[in-house]
Design a protein around this ligand. Sequence first.
Ligand SMILES: Nc1ncnc2c1ncn2[C@@H]1O[C@H](COP(=O)(O)OP(=O)(O)OP(=O)(O)O)[C@@H](O)[C@H]1O
Ligand SMILES: [Mg+2]
Length: 253
Amino acid sequence: MAALITIRDLVKSYNLGNVKINALNGVSIDIEKNEYVALMGPSGSGKSTLMNLLGCLDTPSSGTYVLNGRDVSSMTENELADIRNQEIGFVFQTFNLLARLTGVENVALPLIYAGKSKADRNERAAEMLTAVGLGKRMRHKPNELSGGERQRVAIARALVNTPSIILADEPTGNLDTKTSLEIMDIFERIYNQGNTVIVVTHEEDIAAHARRVIRLRDGVVERDEPNPTPTLANRAAALRPEAAQPQSPAPGA
Ligand SMILES: Nc1ncnc2c1ncn2[C@@H]1O[C@H](COP(=O)(O)OP(=O)(O)OP(=O)(O)O)[C@@H](O)[C@H]1O
Ligand SMILES: [Mg+2]
């Protein structure tokens, strides 16, 4: 069977004045359905550029990208937007939440484009927030939430359209170690539900959760190896059904 993601000789160049920068310089990778991949590499090696192409947020200068049997490298802006809505959930380092909207409204946003009624949107958004342990904080705005809570809202938003591919660009970059591990538990659960997870990270102990580690350098793949001993410390917790339930309120709350 063909891979979920097939990229061949992917090149992305930017023109800065007279200088041409090849952010990606011929990258070829296959990723199967239900893989868990960490993408690593020094600053400037092309990680975000590759994620933006994989996430259909941008188009390559040359090379091909076949996603789920469809050649997306030559699609129009509108076609790409459709693919994004159907197939891909994106999580960013800086959360990218709308400040004036509550958690539930932020999460419900992608469903507007999917043409769902308001009641349906809010119900679905509430379910997703509950699944990431934020059932009690749905009406809070981003500035009333901690960094980890904001990232959980962003993950709920990424999941609300039930995409099969989750792309996360340094999702724990702004979080402390404990909160980072809670976020990695959520990714573990998403992976265990059969989805494909690709995470950019600078941290080896975050990458250690993935089952495969791809390292970029200067816009090319430097190494691509399975991780035979993934970190599973919290796997039992991640798999427990109650992990998907809202947490009970703190005493006195
Ligand atoms: N819009 C742009 N215009 C010009 N050059 C760009 C643009 N975006 C990225 N680049 C350049 O492309 C190269 C790869 O950038 P990219 O953001 O993919 O790196 P990265 O691996 O994600 O780095 P970091 O770890 O710092 O996030 C860099 O040299 C960068 O300066
Ligand atoms: Mg980057």
